[in-house]
Write a protein of this length. Structure first.
Length: 94
């Protein structure tokens, strides 16, 4: 059924949306590591980074860049589930 692929892609994007703050924390850690004049880390860990970002910048800092990420992943997930279902149908793996 073709609508199953759309539902699967929607659920994959919902998971991606809930985990997006962790992606932003990862990017902040990477940027902090690349700073040559910064010998002291800005955050002590993941929970400290989430708390600090929320207190200093608010909720939008946790979801910065989410729209572009959702647009790109929607296309990618839809194509993946379509190709997977098509491959199963073509090669009789159902």
């Amino acid at each position: 059924m073709p609508w199953h692929n759309s539902v699967a892609a929607l659920l994959a994007n919902a998971v991606s949306l809930t985990l997006h703050p962790l992606e932003n924390v990862k990017v902040r850690f990477q940027a902090n590591d690349l700073a040559t004049n910064n010998p002291i880390p800005k955050y002590k860990g993941i929970s400290d980074a989430l708390k600090t970002m929320y207190k200093q910048e608010g909720i939008p800092s946790l979801y910065r860049g989410v729209l572009l990420n959702l647009c790109a992943s929607s296309v990618a997930q839809s194509l993946f589930f379509w190709a997977y279902a098509d491959g199963k149908r073509r090669y009789s793996f159902d």
